[in-house]
Design a protein around this ligand. Structure first.
Ligand SMILES: Cc1cc2nc3c(=O)[nH]c(=O)nc-3n(C[C@H](O)[C@H](O)[C@H](O)COP(=O)(O)OP(=O)(O)OC[C@H]3O[C@@H](n4cnc5c(N)ncnc54)[C@H](O)[C@@H]3O)c2cc1C
Length: 327
């Protein structure tokens, strides 16, 4: 029997989380080189076998359909119970999830339960000749990308930065196996959800990222993003301060952008931030400091004070787009 890589495929109320599919695709690439089989684990209340087998296109050899009404939306305890039962039933060598809020929560719980190691938020992963999981983790706020190897415990686990791998439909339908997880005695009951809609900016064609140097001018940055048809992203201090939702934080503990164009406004270029724009196409940065480290990571770099530049830029764009906005 071929060793198994299991990928947790996240869904919410029936909608599949796209970054899980990127993990699935990468898992299949690794599996083909190493002679593994890829098991996509889909905890759900709504999906049936016909929909489940479609995950084969993204790389699953087998889809484990774990159906239970308690799994319609993410619930820490219910999901941990279902996924733990799947791990016990299928005994995978490797268990992976996208490092979404839910994926991070789930695998942290399971790492404790199985007394095994977890690499958090890897930006690359592979399985070595010795069968050990290897991941690249941006490290310690320094300019290093640490290559980490899993040495003890089973399954070998990692969460993968959303956007690190693109989903690709390259394979045929998967075989579907059903698992009826037993879920009971939940200590938490969700009465109401008030979280805003989660946004995935990792694949937006254009993103305007605001750093601390633009924190005072966030309304103008938003306006500029709108004019450019771009999504708004931020550096971590802005998300920490509650100025923007965590979903749009770019960097090693946020999302990795695969955008064609990223405009970085008032960010210094700390390594933890830069790891989130490594895979982007063209990077244009503006900073008041001519020596800001972001310069080294930009295709185009302009020295300017954003408080002065943004109103001019917006006015000029409005004029060119014919939207009024003054002379
Ligand atoms: C474990 C760990 C994980 C982390 N993960 C992330 C992450 O995912 N994402 C992330 O972003 N950070 C992350 N960080 C934080 C990271 O190390 C930096 O502290 C952060 O990226 C700095 O944000 P910034 O560039 O917006 O702010 P600052 O470093 O304060 O830079 C502000 C920049 O704005 C410029 N500026 C100021 N005023 C103006 C103006 N008027 N016009 C133009 N430019 C101006 C300044 O010259 C400066 O370069 C992490 C840190 C740790 C320890």
């Amino acid at each position: 029997m071929a060793p198994r890589i299991m990928v947790f495929v996240e869904q919410d109320g029936g909608e599949i989380e796209e970054s899980s599919l990127g993990v699935l695709t990468r898992a299949r690439e690794v599996a083909e080189r190493r002679g593994y089989e890829v098991y996509a684990l889909l905890p759900t209340a709504r999906h049936g076998p016909e929909e489940a087998k479609e995950l084969g296109a993204y790389g699953a050899h087998v889809v484990v359909l774990a159906r239970h009404e308690a799994l319609d939306r993410y619930h820490s305890e219910a999901y941990a119970a279902a996924v733990a039962q799947a791990v016990e039933a299928y005994d995978p060598e490797v268990l992976l999830a996208s490092a979404t809020r839910n994926g991070r929560d789930l695998l942290a719980r399971l790492a404790v339960r199985f007394r095994t190691g977890l690499m958090a938020h890897v930006i690359e992963f592979d399985v070595g000749d010795d069968g050990r999981l290897v991941g690249t983790v941006p490290g310690f706020g320094g300019s290093i990308a640490a290559v980490v190897k899993h040495v003890r415990g089973r399954p070998q686990m990692a969460t993968v930065s959303p956007g690190a791998y693109q989903p690709a439909r390259r394979w045929g339908p998967a075989r579907v196996e059903e698992l009826r997880p037993s879920i009971g005695g939940l200590r938490v009951r969700v009465l109401e959800r008030r979280v805003g809609e989660a946004r995935d900016i990792s694949r937006a064609p254009r993103v305007v990222v605001a750093g601390m140097g633009a924190a005072q001018a966030l309304d103008l940055v938003r306006e500029l993003a709108e004019l450019l048809g771009a999504e708004l992203g931020v550096t971590r201090p802005l998300a920490d301060a509650g100025l923007a939702p965590r979903d749009v934080q770019v960097g090693s503990t946020g999302v990795s952008l695969r955008s064609d164009l990223v405009l970085v406004l008032g960010a210094s270029g700390a390594p933890h931030f830069v790891s989130g724009i490594r895979e982007a196409g063209t990077v244009v940065s503006v900073n008041v400091d001519p020596e800001a480290p972001i310069r080294e990571h930009s295709d185009y770099f302009a020295v300017a004070d954003l408080n002065e530049l943004l109103p001019i830029l917006i006015r000029e764009l409005r004029r060119r787009l014919g939207g009024g906005g003054g002379p």
